[in-house]
Design a protein around this ligand. Structure first.
Ligand SMILES: Nc1ncnc2c1ncn2[C@@H]1O[C@H](COP(=O)(O)OP(=O)(O)O)[C@@H](O)[C@H]1O
Ligand SMILES: [Mg+2]
Length: 258
């Protein structure tokens, strides 16, 4: 049975898609079988996972029940993916039986045993798509850019997580907050770290030891159809993501033992 990890923050541009891609390709490089699911209508996760053709089945076809999930899954050199495109922006207006919050769960149920990890990228919103992702997940990873505006609105995220834990998914754990665009030399980054640690305490989690620096390789890799790890393993930001992937594996293993 796959471990399901959702990468989420209602803010845009904080590194959700980059982090989802790094997790999927990094875990694949460890020999794990991965399914990436793109729930953002911007459809960028496919690029990060080396998906070439832009037209083809999408996650929406599976969510609507138009295609069996296995037929909607596409394959890249790194992993499998349920990709998305702009048609997903109409949201989950689909006719299916059962609660609206559980459409994703019902959709992927037939393939959960085919994978070691399922990594879900989410839109910059706390909408029904995001709630569906939270409802089916074992873990959340929350990337946060190291600027002061990143902290605004995070109390809303806490409320959402509490709400999901109280209803749809009592077992939902926050694996950690990941600081991105981090620069240990600036006072701002250190302030943000301190505040992120406080927030982590409130949602019963930690700030990952790995912190992601800014690096051009991160922004360039998708244009080359390569994972960040293949594109430039020597980039310091890429090495930060390497450390993050190892930390995720370690934290999940120790959570399983506990
Ligand atoms: N550590 C980083 N260093 C440099 N560029 C980054 C880094 N993280 C993300 N980016 C770039 O910033 C932009 C937004 O990142 P993205 O992962 O798409 O955020 P989100 O999915 O939260 O909107 C992208 O162009 C991405 O390539
Ligand atoms: Mg994104």
């Amino acid at each position: 049975m796959a471990t399901i990890i959702t990468v989420s923050n209602q803010k845009g541009g904080v590194g959700k898609t980059t982090t989802s891609g790094a997790l999927a390709t990094g875990l694949a490089a460890e020999g794990k079988k991965i399914l990436g699911i793109d729930l953002d209508p911007q459809g960028n996760l496919g690029f990060c996972l080396g998906l070439e053709a832009t037209n083809g089945p999408t996650v929406l076809d599976a969510l609507k029940g138009k295609l069996p999930v296995r037929e909607a899954i596409r394959h890249t050199e790194y992993c499998d993916i349920l990709s998305s495109d702009i048609t997903l922006s109409n949201g989950l207006n689909v006719e299916r039986s059962g609660p609206r919050e559980c459409i994703l769960r019902t959709t992927i149920e037939p393939v959960i045993n085919d994978y070691d990890y399922i990594i879900i990228d989410t839109p910059p919103a706390l909408n029904l798509l995001t709630v569906n992702a939270y409802a089916v997940s074992d873990y959340l990873v929350i990337p946060m850019a190291s600027d002061i505006l990143s902290l605004v609105g995070l109390s809303q995220l806490k409320e959402t997580i509490d709400g999901i834990r109280a209803s749809l998914n009592p077992g939902l754990k926050v694996l950690g907050i990941l600081l991105t665009r981090f620069n240990a030399r600036t006072l701002l980054s250190r302030d943000v770290l301190e505040m992120a640690q406080q927030l982590a305490g409130q949602i019963d989690t930690v700030v990952f030891d790995a912190k992601i620096r800014t690096g051009v390789a991160i922004a360039e890799a998708p244009a080359h159809g390569e994972s960040i790890f293949d594109y430039n393993p020597r980039s310091s930001a890429v090495q930060d993501y390497q450390e993050f992937v190892q930390e995720v594996i370690g934290r999940i293993n120790s959570a399983k033992e506990a």
